[in-house]
Design a binder for this molecule. Sequence first.
Ligand SMILES: NC(=O)c1ccc[n+]([C@@H]2O[C@H](COP(=O)([O-])OP(=O)(O)OC[C@H]3O[C@@H](n4cnc5c(N)ncnc54)[C@H](OP(=O)(O)O)[C@@H]3O)[C@@H](O)[C@H]2O)c1
Length: 328
Amino acid sequence: MKILIIGYGSIGKRHTNNLLNIDNLEIIVCSKNKESFKLIKKGVKIFTSFEDALKEKPDVSIICNETSFHIDTAIKLAKINSHLFIEKPLSHSLDDMNKLLKIIKQKKLITMVGCNMRFHDGIKSIKKFLDNNELGQIFSVIAENGSYMPDWHPGENYQISYASNKKLGGGVVLTQIHEIDYLCWFFGKVSNVSSVSGKLSDLQLDVEDFSSSILKFKNNIIAELHLDYYQKPAVRTCKIMGKKGKIIWNYENNYLQIFKNSTKKFSTKLIDKKFDRNKMYVEELKYFLNCVKKKKNCMNSVVEAYEIQKVAFAMKNSSITGKKISLK
Ligand SMILES: NC(=O)c1ccc[n+]([C@@H]2O[C@H](COP(=O)([O-])OP(=O)(O)OC[C@H]3O[C@@H](n4cnc5c(N)ncnc54)[C@H](OP(=O)(O)O)[C@@H]3O)[C@@H](O)[C@H]2O)c1
């Protein structure tokens, strides 16, 4: 299988390294980053021009460039029949989304948008608990993801990162779409959204670094979602409250607790004391490649991710207009 990775930044490097550990792949990287040339001795073909890389006609493409280039890149690759893995978020706008969806449908392409948290042991366990109805009816959920953004890539200038720049598709809502993604995976479609967002800290950004939202799901579950770029130390948690008890997940300390009203006890399920963050990215790629091989639809296809993207845009829209935004 011929596989093309577009962009050799932080996530492009991660996916390339993970693919190098999978057998029977012909790997091509398209990047302007000179560091990518080091891959030649590992048998990787490097292109600095996207047009030249397209001529290779890859079976599969992994799109890892800045968010605002995802759709344009995806359309060009879809036209040459390449199956698509697109890093999250799908895009910075709804422009050309229908054009991409049309080509994907016409050419019956397998697609997936990055949703690595669905491969995290904690999030996977919560999904299982919910699917097994262990908490009974779910009433509400509180999810939080806050971290000091300049600490994400020490040694790099955070001001030039896509996450800091509106024109590259940054901002905390789109960059941390992970939380919206797993909430929709757990609870289904969102009915309406009320949100406040803004630039509160003194970080040098032209995007929002804070977002607080109430998401009402079609099944009446209410989620309170807090996202920020400035919290030290980082916090990433999710608490789900149901008729029979509650689940508390903590990413930073890597634990999952379940409280059962019937026993009045917490049971703590330590997920993995030596948490290996890369494991979820490895599982995610293997899952995608397996779907491509078996010609099976993936979870979080472009069609599904588009719906999740609409929730993110509704949050932004609600903050601008001061109104509750309904979703179809
Ligand atoms: N799923 C996840 O957990 C996750 C994590 C991170 C990012 N992402 C997503 O992936 C996309 C890219 O994010 P990223 O964090 O990988 O961004 P990044 O590190 O800033 O890389 C983005 C682009 O910048 C260029 N670049 C990076 N380092 C460079 C260097 N030293 N010299 C020259 N050019 C360099 C690369 O383009 P060229 O290769 O063409 O030069 C690269 O494609 C975004 O949409 C983001 O939301 C997802």
